[in-house]
Ligand binder design. Structure first.
Ligand SMILES: Cc1cc2nc3c(=O)[nH]c(=O)nc-3n(C[C@H](O)[C@H](O)[C@H](O)COP(=O)(O)O)c2cc1C
Length: 191
């Protein structure tokens, strides 16, 4: 096993000052600690008038097998938030390793030259080229501080065998053919 490197000086325990009965958590430390949780990258999609809006999100998880539920968390300040509060159906699209540009495009760095095609599944828009796609019916919404947690009942699922785009410690990453991390592309803080 490789030895763990020394912890950086922004030690969460030292930066948590006690105010009242709860320690105050430094937002920079919050982001750095949360970014240690390696995830895939999704684009959440829903109808926006006659068009479709997408937003890149890694706060996605499976919620329940029976019934089949999925969970996403969206910042209240995101444009997507107001649409999701009203949405009856939405899509969750898991990006493939080649989709860094697509991720940036839906994370507030729109690329006018990028053509993104959508399809519809059970009334929800999904990306044509995602490596896994889910269409869901909105069944619950829960306050979570400056985010809202949205729960969808899954109506449609499909996938292919492409390798996923990963996100860890502020970088996009990809797996090599043996399943090890292959390369890392640093991205700016998006949220
Ligand atoms: C890899 C990655 C993961 C993200 N995950 C989330 C997330 O789970 N929830 C969220 O609200 N924003 C997330 N964001 C940030 C939004 O994609 C970003 O704030 C977007 O610009 C919001 O859309 P808007 O600018 O149209 O409001 C993520 C961004 C990136 C690059």
């Amino acid at each position: 096993m490789p030895k763990a490197p020394a912890r950086p000086s922004a030690d969460p325990e030292r930066s948590a000052r006690v105010t009242g009965s709860r320690p105050e958590i430094d937002p920079r430390v919050f982001r750095r600690v949360m970014s240690r949780f390696a995830t895939g990258v999704t684009v959440i999609t829903t109808r926006d008038g006659d068009g479709v809006r997408g937003m890149t999100a890694n706060a996605f998880m499976s919620g329940s097998l029976e019934p089949p539920l999925l969970v996403v968390s969206i910042a209240k300040r995101a444009h997507m938030h107001a649409l999701m509060l009203e949405a009856e159906r939405f899509g969750v699209n898991i990006l493939a390793e080649t989709h860094e540009e697509v991720s940036n495009h839906f994370a507030g760095r729109p690329n006018p030259g990028l053509h993104v095609a959508f399809e519809e599944r059970h009334g929800a828009p999904v990306l044509r080229d995602a490596c896994a796609r889910m269409a869901a019916e909105m069944v619950a919404q829960h306050e979570c501080g400056d985010h809202t947690i949205f729960i969808g009942h899954i109506l449609h699922m499909d996938f292919d065998d492409r390798m996923p785009l990963l996100y860890h410690a502020g970088c996009y990453r990809a797996l090599d053919r043996e399943g090890r991390i292959d390369h890392a592309v640093s991205i700016l803080e998006f949220w």
